[in-house]
Design a binder for this molecule. Structure first.
Ligand code: BGC
Length: 366
């Protein structure tokens, strides 16, 4: 039997495969818009999925959403699967900005227009558009909150960052550094957990390479567990004068909650102010309970709306509306940017409940 299989000429196998593929396509599995999101392990992206579903209900176009589960290989498989379904537009939030280039280059070859979603795909010309929040403003807002709530002089400052594979981690850090560095210079803060940041503390503007040095030292990799371990290591190494009232730059809500838990359990830490981002439900509860100080609310409904209207323009052979450009290391990508909002205990109800982003019943003690 095996022999006879081998005897089938390659050409014939090719024809059989072609018939199979076209049978699949004609069985109605064509999709207009393919959407690829990084992971279901973080509430942020599960939320985006839901907001996409809500928004896509009202369009005449078909869509499919796939998750990459933190793997660039899986992401490439997802993109290939969507290409096979004849998508015209790909909306993709990369797991790793550089690694995703290969996936979108395949899409480009297949004549598909690519929209980079929230995170920029870097070092390739195969990205047509970028839909994003103002990520530098996110970092600035986090840092400004720490500055506005600083206590006295020489207050210990703990820095944490996102994953170096995510271009946003650099933009958040850039924004934060621009606000924090002058306050390190004037003695308000003393950096407590990064020798690289201490070495660069007199530089107002950092190159990407310099940012990299600090980020690789204080990265959470967007992983709450890694954040927790790092915070524990930092507090174990900290001297008494690096405790007391402290300020913590935490890059997002998932990592902020675990970092906050570690600082809260150290009796030598008398008080702390900790930033966040995403307005995740669990962090909103933390803010109501006084366990996290703030978050940066990024209204995903707007990002979803912008990327879908872009996709619809493309499908209708129109040029999507953009507001600026982002250089991705290879080309200037036409971008549409949307604003962010600081949320803390004082405005949580107005920002998130009154705007119908969440329902009051999802929280206790509001
Ligand atoms: C997003 C954040 C998110 C983080 C971790 C960033 O690129 O902009 O909203 O918290 O990735 O997933």
């Amino acid at each position: 039997m095996k022999r006879s299989l081998k005897a089938i000429p390659l050409v014939l196998i090719g024809i059989m495969l072609a018939v199979l593929v076209s049978a699949c396509n004609s069985s109605g599995s064509k999709v207009d818009v393919g959407i690829v999101l990084p992971t279901k392990d973080e509430p942020r992206w599960v939320q985006d999925e839901q907001r996409f579903k809500d928004a896509l209900k009202d369009t005449k176009y078909s869509s499919e959403i796939l998750f990459s589960q933190g793997s660039s290989a899986k992401e490439k498989e997802n993109v290939d699967a969507l290409i096979a379904k004849d998508i015209k537009v790909l909306i993709i939030c990369p797991q790793d900005g550089d690694a995703a280039a290969a996936a979108v280059e395949s899409a480009k070859k297949a004549g598909i227009q690519v929209i980079s979603y929230d995170r920029l795909i870097t070092n390739t010309d195969a990205v047509n558009y970028y839909v994003t929040f103002d990520s530098v403003a996110v970092g600035k807002a986090q840092a400004q909150y720490l500055v506005d709530h600083a206590k006295g002089n020489g207050q210990p400052l703990y820095l944490y960052a996102g994953a170096a594979s995510d271009n946003n981690a650099f933009l958040f850090f850039e924004g934060a550094w621009s606000v924090l560095q002058p306050k390190v210079s004037d003695g308000t803060f003393t950096i407590a957990n990064s020798s690289e940041a201490v070495a660069l503390k007199d530089k107002a503007e950092l190159s990407r390479e310099e940012q990299s040095k600090i980020i690789s030292q204080v990265t959470t990799n967007w992983d709450p567990n890694e954040a927790k371990n790092k915070a524990q290591t930092h507090l174990t190494a900290a001297s008494a004068d690096q405790k007391g009232d402290v300020a913590i730059l935490a890059p997002n809500d998932g990592t902020a909650r675990s970092i906050a838990d570690v600082f809260a359990s150290d009796s030598a830490v008398t008080s702390f102010v900790v930033s966040g981002q995403d307005a995740e439900k669990a962090s909103i509860q933390y803010i109501i309970d006084g366990k996290q100080s703030m978050t940066v609310f990024k209204d995903v409904r707007n990002l979803v709306k912008d990327s879908i209207s872009m996709a619809i323009s493309i499908l209708g052979d129109k040029t999507p509306e953009t507001t600026g450009v982002y250089n991705n290391g290879k080309v200037d990508v036409q971008a549409k940017q949307t604003d962010v909002q600081v949320v803390d205990k004082d405005n949580v109800k107005a920002a998130l409940i009154d705007s119908k982003y969440y329902e009051a019943s999802e929280f206790t003690g509001l």
